[in-house]
Design a protein around this ligand. Sequence first.
Ligand SMILES: Nc1ncnc2c1ncn2[C@@H]1O[C@H](COP(=O)(O)OP(=O)(O)OP(=O)(O)O)[C@@H](O)[C@H]1O
Ligand SMILES: [Mg+2]
Length: 220
Amino acid sequence: MNPIIEIENVTYSYQNKYQSIPAIREVTTSFEKGKLYAIIGKSGSGKSTLLSLMAGLALPEAGEIRFQGVPTDSFDLDQYRREKVAVIYQSFNLFPLMTSLENVCYPLELKGYSPKEAAVIAAEYIKKVDLPESVHKRFPNMLSGGEQQRIAIARSLASGAQVILADEPTGNLDLATGKRIVKLLSDLVHKDQYTVIIVTHDSSIAEIADEVLQMADGRL
Ligand SMILES: Nc1ncnc2c1ncn2[C@@H]1O[C@H](COP(=O)(O)OP(=O)(O)OP(=O)(O)O)[C@@H](O)[C@H]1O
Ligand SMILES: [Mg+2]
């Protein structure tokens, strides 16, 4: 039992001038290295909000999130977001004006690799997600949805993140393509010891997960 992410008594609400909308209510849970998790639950139950909190994109209103035992508020938040956790989305979220290779190079260059070194490492990650060299020079709009999601995963791996948070990663893909993406994520968990947390409506993902967490009305 060696949790990579711990969530303790976390509460979060969205605030504006007129109201406060509670989204996460006193959630406590933990995630271990080398496991695949599925988070399920109705629309509006707080799944995406919980991922944002783990990703450091929002800060808990109360409670604490720890990464390898260290409270996330004691990290440099930008560095935490860049290097500790990666998020992939239903809509892939690649940089549209960069080629596939440049998308994957991006986090490597942020880490200080020269463009040349970054290109060599990025090419390895693109191979790891089972894409041919012929995609390197293509822009995201010249790739299929499944290929775009693979590039997004390659970019996550290039960031060095050990935890991949995936918000409905197969939501825009046909069934067969979605299954292949899930297989890729599951291989990263079981062969390479990544931690993958997938928010999903897809019961077949929940079936292969090591643990399934259900959210309802901001609670687990
Ligand atoms: N940007 C926002 N501003 C205000 N309220 C928000 C915002 N985003 C989400 N909420 C509210 O917070 C609650 C949790 O939303 P969240 O997006 O986490 O749900 P979800 O489980 O991911 O839903 P879905 O399955 O539809 O994606 C909901 O009541 C929602 O209306
Ligand atoms: Mg959501």
